[in-house]
Every structure is written in C-alpha cells, then in structure tokens.
Design a binder for this molecule. Sequence first.
Ligand code: GDP
Ligand code: IMO
Ligand code: MG
Length: 428
Amino acid sequence: MAATCVVGLQWGDEAKGKIVDFLTEKNDIVVRYQGGANAGHTVVFDGKKYKLSLIPSGIFHSHITNVVAGGVVLNPAMFLKEIDGLKEQGISCENMILSDRLHVIMPWHFEEDRLMNETTTGESIGTTMRGIGPCYRDKVGRSWAIRLGDLYRETFAERIRAIVAKKNMILAGMDPEGGAQRLDAEQIISDYLGYAERLKAYVTDTTAFLLDALDAGKNILCEGAQGALLDIDHGTFPYVTSSNSSGVGVCSGAGIPAKAIQKLVGIVKAYNTRVGGGPFPTEQDNEIGQHIRDMGNEYGTVTRRPRRCGWFDAVAARYTARLSGATCLSVMLLDVLSELPEIQICTEYEIDGKRISYFPAHVDDLRKVIPHYITVPGWQQDITGCRKWSELPENARKYVKKLGEIIGVPVEICSVGPDRTQTIFVEE
Ligand code: GDP
Ligand code: IMO
Ligand code: MG
C-alpha cells in the first residue's frame, strides 16, 4: 500500500495543482483531503488553463478516481458550478466520489466569515470569505454541524430549522446595526435538498473506499490545499486557515493510516508569496516584490488579490519540510526569477539581537524578525523553453540545488512555466 502526498511548504499557491496533475498518471486515485473553496489550483496543458477549487487535480485523467475526502468543507453550490464549468470544457466529472462524512458550508458560514474576519490584534486575517473557518468551527463544536450524509436523513429539515433559529440570534448579536443577513430556514432546506439530489450519485463512504484501495495495492496521490505555514496548529497563527494544511493533516483529512505514506513531495516556489494578513519576514514591499508579482502574475486565483511577494525563506521552509515529513522537494516558478542579476535566500533570523535558525511560534516574535540573507548570482536568460536539467543555465541549477541543501531535503522536480511540459526532473 502506498500514498504519495503533495503538500505546499509556504503560504499556499505553490503550484500544487500543476504537480498533482503531473504526478497523476502514475497513480490510481487522487484525494483532496482538507480545505475547501478557499483553494484555487491551476492546471495548464494543451494550450488550455483550468482553475480548480474543490475538484481534485486528477480530474483530467480518465483512469483516475478522484476523491473529495472527509476533511474537506464543501460548498455544494460551488462544487456543482465547478462540475458544470468543467463539463462545458469537455471534461467528464463522472470519475469522482464525495465523502458522506465531509462538512457542508451553509449560508450562515458566509455571514460569520464576514463578521469575524477581524482579529483582536488589529490586522485582519484577510480570509477568502468562503465560510471556511466558521464551517470548521461548527464541525469542532459538533451540535450545529451538517455533514453531507445528513442531507439524506429524515431529520435534516428539523435540524436546519433549529440551527437557523440559533444562528439568526447570533448573527443579529454580532452585527447590532442590523447589517447581518436574516436566514430563511425553508429556503435553505429547499436549496440544500436540491443540491443533495444532484450530488447523490457521488456520495459514498470514501474512508472505506481508500482503506480498501490501500489493501488492494492501489497508488493514492493526496493533494494538499493551502500551505504548511497556514496550518491551524503549526502555522503563523492566527493568520492561518482552519485546517491542518501541512503534512500532518493528510491522515486525518483523508482517513488513511500514517504508515501508508511512502513519499511526501514538498512544494515550494523559488521565492515566497502570501495573500491576506500576517507576518512575512522576507517580504519585499518594493520594486523587487513588484517585479516578482509582475513576472509571476502573482494575483490570487480565488480572490484576484495581489499576492505579497518576497525572497525565499529557507528558515520557514526547513521548518515546514521537517514538520510535514517531506521526502523530496519540487521547486516551482523558477522562471519568474530569470531577469534578476542577484537572488537572495534567507538562511537565518535575528530576534532582539540574537541569531536563530528555528521558526518562532508566536506571531509577535515573527513580526520582530530581521532576516539574514545569502546572495547568489542570477542567470539572466529565458529558461521557459528548457525541458532537461542539462539545458538549464548553471546558475539556475546551482540555485535549485542550494535550496535543497539548505532545507536538507533533495529537490526532485523543478518547474519553468505553468504548462505540464515545462517540468524538469533534477539530476545529479
Ligand atoms: P496552487 O494553489 O498551489 O495549485 O497554485 P496556484 O494555481 O494558485 O498558483 C500557481 C500559479 O503559477 C498558477 O497560475 C500556475 O499556472 C502558475 N505556475 C505553475 N508553475 C509555474 C512555473 O513554473 N512558472 C510560472 N511562471 N508559472 C507557474
Ligand atoms: P491554495 O490551495 C493562498 C489564506 C487566505 C487568508 C487565510 C485564511 O490555492 O494554495 P480562509 O479563507 O482559509 O479562512 O483564509 O488563508 N488562504 C490561502 N492563501 N492559497 C490558498 O489556497 C489559500 N487558502 C486560504 O488568503 O490569509
Ligand atoms: Mg492557489
């Protein structure tokens, strides 16, 4: 039995979708196991660009079963819209199953996300406003949670009426000026029963399916959403998402045992980006950051917000690679740095005059960090046409190897453009 995992080691958008699609061929099953429609994964091939949010990036291969597992929070309307959009582009979405255990995003979760985005520390989290945090909060709270399997039970309507009565009181209390939307239980029941009908063919016990698949010797590819620095327990809390988006979340989210994980591919950009609030020690809020944003088209896939850009943070990546159990790395968007004469890599932090090489747990400490860099020469030539390791300029090869050395995990793949074919296996 074997599972390979693709996990972002930064703050998301590391091009996980591209690598999942690239690795899909050698697998039988692709699993999305946490997060929800906050994710935006891009896959490019044959001159076409596909943007996926809830649907696993294995969907373009017909021999694959795509699984949306129990750790995901599902917005049924957005999921159905995504299926319709893909079908219009000629992609069949029949090879997919959904967990009856996964939690469903309800209309109140959007209102709560809007009203609770502010933290008590001033800077807002800057969520994607997709109701992700409130849905996970209700999951942990249990009493008011709706799982996909609940939509098919006789008690569904009665439960919605009871929850809506409570939620209307809470929402009114959260916005005393009367700005909160008033929820209509009957409308919600009717909408969600409609979604349930359309989703019925996909819903099953995916935990049993995956355990049986492992017993049968199938190869499973697990597709992480977000990145390890956004992990609810181990990321830059509270500026994180509400699920375990580092490698530690694979087993709980998918419902597979730790011993099944054979390989974990840590995905990093050749630099760092972040969308939303929170500290970012190597951020370049200057012409370098703007250059990276322009070259990498660094605007959010989901919200189109400009992404904050900065130099590669190897202190953070070393931490997340160790935490996630990365067995190899994939360095993405290398081409974005092609014009720069020199490139910097942060290898050490300084806090209150002390040099440290660990990643601080508290955001107040992270905000104080002075990054220390090494400077390496750039390659200043277009690499988007390179297809083999030997075709890359020497300085580009050295940069990729250097990242692997500092992080302490070998780099197996690097990427020089968005297309499936712009992917290179790293050689000695
Ligand atoms: P994900 O959320 O981790 O799947 O990443 P996103 O899809 O949100 O963001 C990655 C972006 O970079 C997408 O627009 C990809 O098409 C694009 N991309 C992927 N690999 C490369 C690469 O090597 N070079 C360039 N220039 N763009 C890339
Ligand atoms: P993919 O899978 C980048 C960020 C949001 C915000 C924080 C919390 O495409 O890499 P949430 O809506 O999850 O409560 O927002 O997390 N965030 C992402 N940033 N890529 C993502 O997904 C993200 N999903 C959430 O910007 O800062
Ligand atoms: Mg993304």
